[in-house]
Design a protein around this ligand. Sequence first.
Ligand SMILES: [Zn+2]
Length: 443
Amino acid sequence: MHTDSLIHASWIMPVEPAGQVLAEHAIAIHEGRIAAILPSAQAREQISASTVVELPGHALIPGLINAHTHTPMSLFRGMADDLPLMDWLNQHIWPAEKRWISPEFVADGSRLAMAEMIRSGTTCFNDMYFFPDVTGQVAQEAGMRAVLGMILIDFPSAWAADAEDYLNKALELHDQYRNEPLIRAIFAPHAPYSVSDAPLRKVRTLANELELPIHMHVHETVDEINQSRKNFGQRPLGRLEALGLPGPDFIAVHMTQLDDDEIEALAASGSHVVHCPESNLKLASGFCPVAKLLDAGVNVALGTDGAASNNDLDMLGEMRSAALLGKGVAQDPEALPAAQVLAMATINGARALGLEEQTGSLRVGKAADITAIDLEQLETRPLFDPVSQIVYAAGREQVSNVWINGCHLLRERKLVRMDHAQLLANAGQWQEKLIEWRQSQAS
Ligand SMILES: [Zn+2]
């Protein structure tokens, strides 16, 4: 057999079947897809490839899936820290967005975020932000797999004037990207506290018609629950249930406030949860009961949230935080074992996004979305279990190579399609503009 490329590595963790580790194996890639996974010795005899990559001491895992982020917000990284969610939004993030959001801002912020994600082993992200069409263009240039949130929020922005305008733009975005293999547009109403009933009903109807998932922040903080009780006489989830939102196509992000009945109802509805441990910790939003959700059969994926509330887009770090926090919250060291956390960061994300046929695990026929991690560093030695090393010990600096849809986009830590120096210079220009604006605001 002749293939486009052949990658030999010391370990391959396909994630499906769960917990499997293949030693001294190779992955053959042809026309963007995984053509074969077989022992290296056999591959050397049977497969000729245009490109052969030898990665001794490295592990290959499915490309990581960041199931919730706001890519353009990378330009606000570190601009306002150590604040509760509502102060952070009202006093800092929303005024900055009001002043700065534009296609240029979104393009530059998304590009910086994508470079960071590729260098951290992430191959697919689920975004929610204004000007998603621009993020889509940048993703196409970068070669990343992207799920664009068709944002909906009650207040006007530079992107849209009102609910009708947001929804019209959503449908245009969906049309624009419907035939792009790496890009998908899905509904993204911001949160229960920022979107009213009528547009949420419309989203449910349109999602049914177009068979698209709905991505939403839900039960992020205690404040959100209290406000909903006051304004609607019920908890946000109850209100969303009445509007028909939960279901197998519903992706609820954060979920730090959940009682046992709500967990049961979520499981019964088939809804997905995206856990963002570091953002929840930094904003002191509360703790998602991940072990309980998993025990109830809920599919739980992982996300970083935006770089303004994390403050990085590092899914290796997020896996470690999820594992540690999950054990702490469950008061059970056996909760969230390493292999399960790796599944949360890969196949569970693909399931939540409806992409499990394309990505999320290393299986013949799926797209070649692959991340290589160099475990032959003193930080990950000695080595008894490569999955344990990846979740508990490795840093993203050890991500060596990344392929998305078979394209080699990170080669020995070098970005292949993006200009590193240009990205740094551009971030510097935004830093100057934002500092100047903040000084003018203060005076
Ligand atoms: Zn978010």
